[in-house]
Design a protein around this ligand. Structure first.
Ligand code: PNS
Length: 163
């Protein structure tokens, strides 16, 4: 039974994240999308909102569940019995940081392996930070996030969508 976690802040969930969730859920038995509860970070959406948004998107995926964690990822994985970390790699700029985290996690717990999926080409530029930047200026984010989240994101910036 291969249980994996796809950890992240998901503030907000992007189409790039959804792509990684769909693809990785096909190569493991069970995938937990683990939302990081980072109280120090000023997030656009609360932890509860982020978890519920991801649940909305992953509802039809039979082997995907959503939860949140606080503290070290390897400790949470131990608690839920997951041994695989899934991360998306967009470009070479991601590599150094991701390699560092993957190696540290492996040293902390040698049973933990990280697998990287290269992001699909159409999402290789995408990040939650870019989505927030665009949305804050009223830019078109329809190609970046699931359609049902667009209004909710604009609302956070007091912007009414011009459709
Ligand atoms: O996609 P993100 O938001 O950059 O995700 C970063 C995340 C959640 C994978 C990373 O910050 C993390 O695992 N944080 C939990 C704390 C932890 O275990 N840190 C050790 C990694 S060196």
């Amino acid at each position: 039974m291969k249980k994996a976690i796809y950890p992240g802040s998901f503030d907000p969930l992007t189409l790039g994240h959804v792509d990684i969730i769909m693809r990785s859920s096909k190569i493991v038995d069970e995938l937990v999308v683990g939302v990081l509860h980072n109280s120090a970070k000023n997030s656009l959406f609360s932890l509860e909102e982020r978890v519920s948004m991801i649940k909305e998107m992953t509802g039809p995926m039979p082997n995907v569940t959503v939860s949140f964690f606080d503290g070290l990822l390897v400790d949470y994985m131990d608690k839920i019995g997951a041994t695989i970390i899934v991360r998306g790699l967009r470009a070479v700029t991601d590599f150094e940081y991701e390699l560092q985290i993957a190696q540290t996690n492996h040293v902390e717990n040698p049973n933990v392996e990280t697998i990287f999926l290269t992001t699909s080409l159409q999402y290789s530029y995408l990040s939650s930070t870019i989505v927030k930047e665009f949305a804050s200026y009223g830019g078109d984010i329809s190609k970046f996030v699931p359609a049902q989240f667009i209004d909710r994101i604009y609302e956070r910036y007091g912007i009414k969508r011009q459709s």
